[in-house]
Ligand binder design. Structure first.
Ligand SMILES: [Zn+2]
Length: 309
């Protein structure tokens, strides 16, 4: 399975900043040490043209040269630096590369990405550009060279926060279905309308969550006929998360991931996934949730590899 990274560009943060930037390196080290089935590949940065499939030229330029409105930078939550701008581009590039690889091989991933709070003209909540949205539009454009009907893309967002940027970007686009399962009382406090939103109360545990996921996937299948899936496997529904407010156990999260992979497998759908959020009180716990996602993914990739052709 091909897995793309962008974390050679470490974003410098002031001491005590609440974003756990080290998690990307920790995850990459553990994947390299524990899952030899994974081929770690460096991603190329997304180009201006690729970003402009979703983002406004003015915003792309402002992120590039540091002229972003200070209010927007405060909403993003990172200080601007050239490294921040480069990292944001690389992270989108990693989801693009994972999407292309998934469309060839069935499954691939970005060890970062899932920056679903980014809108066309502004970022927010630690998100600069919306990698899943850019990748979805780019895969559609590449697909359109061969076929007249648009590639039907489902974005399955199981980060604990609503995918508000993604919902807004595709609000009037019937070729992309946005599903978001998230904490009702969690950020963002003004939610957008996804194609399907599932609001979960504080403290939701494994059983109620998995039941809600099952119903949501059923409804998605009933209303939409996807050909490609982008999955945001956020680690922040975990009970050890500082920001999550839900109570999923290790087993519950692993069952969640396996359910999404099985659902895609049963329908023959190629799937690319990205990490999205994770703010464990212990950073090792967030990384463990993510390693478990990759373990489940390796099993799923093997099925694709061994399938009859
Ligand atoms: Zn989140």
């Amino acid at each position: 399975m091909q897995v793309f990274y962008a974390n050679q560009f470490v974003l410098p943060l002031p001491p005590g900043h609440r974003f756990p930037m080290e998690k990307y390196q920790l995850l990459r080290d553990r994947l390299a040490a524990e899952l030899p089935q994974i081929r770690l590949m460096r991603a190329e940065p997304a180009s201006d043209g690729e970003l402009a499939l979703v983002h406004t030229p003015g915003y792309i330029q402002a992120i590039g040269d540091g002229s972003v409105d200070p209010k927007v930078m405060r909403e993003i939550g990172f200080p601007w630096s050239p490294a921040m701008a480069e990292r944001a581009r690389r992270s989108v590039g990693a989801t693009i590369a994972a999407s292309r690889a998934a469309l060839r091989e069935g499954l691939a991933a970005n060890i970062a990405g899932g920056t679903h709070h980014a809108y066309p003209d502004k970022g927010g909540g630690f998100c600069v550009f919306n990698d899943a949205a850019v990748a979805a539009r780019l895969m559609q454009a590449e697909h359109a060279r061969r076929r007249r009907t648009p590639l039907q893309v489902a974005i399955v967002d199981l980060d604990v926060h609503q995918g508000n940027g993604t919902a807004r970007i595709f609000r009037d686009d019937p070729s992309v279905f946005t599903l978001s399962l998230h904490g009702q009382k969690n950020f963002p406090f003004r939610k957008e309308a996804s194609d399907l939103d599932v609001d979960l109360p504080d403290g939701t545990g494994d059983d109620a969550y998995l039941h809600a996921l099952e119903r949501a996937l059923e409804e998605l299948s009933h209303r939409f006929d996807p050909e490609f899936v982008i999955y945001l496997a956020g680690a922040d529904p975990h009970e050890g998360d500082r920001l999550g407010r839900l109570k999923l156990s290790w087993d519950g999260l692993e069952a969640r991931d396996r359910r999404v992979f099985d659902w895609a497998w049963q329908r023959g759908l190629p799937l690319a996934f990205a990490m999205a959020g994770g703010y464990g009180t212990r950073i090792e716990d967030t990384v463990q949730v993510q390693v478990n996602t990759f373990s489940a993914a390796v099993d799923h990739a093997l099925r694709w590899h061994n399938r009859p052709r």
